[in-house]
Design a protein around this ligand. Structure first.
Ligand SMILES: [Zn+2]
Length: 423
């Protein structure tokens, strides 16, 4: 039975195309959250002022390779009659565009510098630049993760980059621009691709879910965007999992996504945080153990609790929260920041989770430092002194400075006093 199911699943997966590929933008106007870049490239293309080398840099999954391919498509489109000049809006139907869509374009070469770093690999590229284009007007070399090239490979490339044949364009992409030599950078038109804003990403995800026949709830989409930290590709792979997870209902809720990402539901997060802030150590510990046993990822749990705590702190500062002491909340926040980092790399995260819950809830039970300080400053209420005395079990009388120098200094001001005799 299991085997049969697996076979069926494999069969249905055979023609499956991942979302990031299925919905890969084909035009500059389709790029998500890269308006400045799209505008600049459009202007380059429309004014027919195209440099011979481009460099796109930015974090993973923001669309560097996608932009490189769109640019290549714009540069190679020849139009149905084969005479169209370079364009910012490729036709999509000419021989060049069709070949590009089928990933069979003979003039557009993609080279992964991460797996081919050596000088011999780059020599192949340099050699290929000598041949005239077959379909389009340009031969385009897209070199991904260009920072991975060895020093000698960069040196070999530099010569061609200085004086490339007129029909050659280079498009480099990298996640680590600081590793690209200055000599290469200075020969490229450089663009930074920004992490996509959570709002733009969330909107994009809802649109794609809709096209796939699913309803992606707003807060679920917001969570996926937040977790993806501006990377469209990461967001789409999470959405992909969410689609499979919710295949029966066709509705993706926040709790679906939380469960999938190893997080707890928002109710769980709120409950545990309040138990901590109310200094209910034992109950908080029990709740955290339950969540861990349920498969909750402590790192994700901490990040979500931090989120809620942050909102409580802001409301406290604005006078909207009466409960809890601000100094304690801020102290708890500091511990949270540190422990979230610690739990990320912990060998036994469950121990860090339990220990942190204990530390935090004990911290929450601390007296309000601000209130204590105010009381100490007010002379009318000497209750603190007596409390200290109670704790120490003895009467405390302030003592004057009786050091010999001080006494001598004072007495020396009065000629004929006993100090001189003493000195
Ligand atoms: Zn075309």
């Amino acid at each position: 039975m299991v085997l049969a199911l697996r076979k069926e699943w494999r069969g249905s997966m055979q023609h499956y195309v991942v979302l990031s590929r299925k919905y890969r933008p084909k035009d500059l106007s389709d790029l998500i959250g890269q308006d400045v870049l799209a505008k600049s490239l459009k202007s380059c293309l429309d004014n027919k002022k195209v440099p011979h080398a481009f460099l796109f840099h930015g974090i993973r999954g923001v669309g560097k390779t996608t932009t490189a391919r769109i640019l290549a498509r714009c540069l190679c489109c020849i139009g149905l009659d084969g005479t169209t000049d370079i364009t910012s809006t490729p036709c999509g139907v000419c021989r060049s565009c069709v070949a590009m869509d089928k990933e069979q374009h003979l003039d557009i070469m993609e080279f992964d510098a991460a797996s081919r770093t050596g000088v011999d690999d780059i020599r192949e590229v340099i050699e290929a630049t000598q041949y005239a284009p077959v379909l389009g007007r340009y031969k385009i070399f897209i070199i991904d993760e260009v920072h991975m090239l060895s020093k000698s490979a960069f040196n070999a490339l530099l010569k061609t980059l200085e004086e490339p044949p007129a029909h050659v364009k280079f498009i480099f992409a990298t996640t680590e621009v600081q590793k690209v030599p200055e000599t290469v950078m200075s020969r490229c038109m450089t663009f930074r691709l920004h992490p996509v804003s959570p709002d733009a990403l969330a909107k994009h995800l809802i649109g794609i879910a809709q096209k796939e026949g699913y309803a992606l709830e707003k807060d679920a989409s917001a969570l996926i965007s937040e977790e993806s930290e501006g990377s469209v590709r990461d967001a789409l792979s999470v959405l992909e999992q969410a689609l499979m997870f919710s295949a029966e209902t066709k509705v993706i809720t926040l709790d679906n996504v939380l469960n999938m990402l190893g997080g707890a539901t928002s109710n769980d997060v709120n409950e545990l945080l309040i138990l901590i802030l109310d200094a209910k150590t034992q109950e908080a510990l029990k709740k955290s153990e339950e969540l861990f046993a349920k498969g909750t990822d402590p790192y994700v749990l901490f990040k979500n609790m931090q989120n809620v705590l942050y909102r409580i702190i802001v409301n406290k500062v604005n006078g909207k929260v009466a409960e809890y002491s601000l100094s304690n909340l801020l102290y708890i926040w500091q511990i949270f920041l540190k422990q979230t980092e610690n739990i990320k790399n912990a060998s036994f995260p469950e121990y860090v989770l339990s220990a942190t819950v204990i530390i935090l809830s004990k911290t929450a039970s601390f007296p309000d430092i601000e209130r204590l300080m105010i009381t100490e400053r007010t002379p009318e209420t000497p209750t603190n002194l007596s409390k200290v005395e109670q704790i120490l079990g003895e009467k405390i009388t302030p003592k004057p400075d009786t050091s010999k120098e001080l006494v001598n200094n004072i007495l020396n001001k009065f000629p004929g006093s006993t100090a001189r005799e003493a000195g």
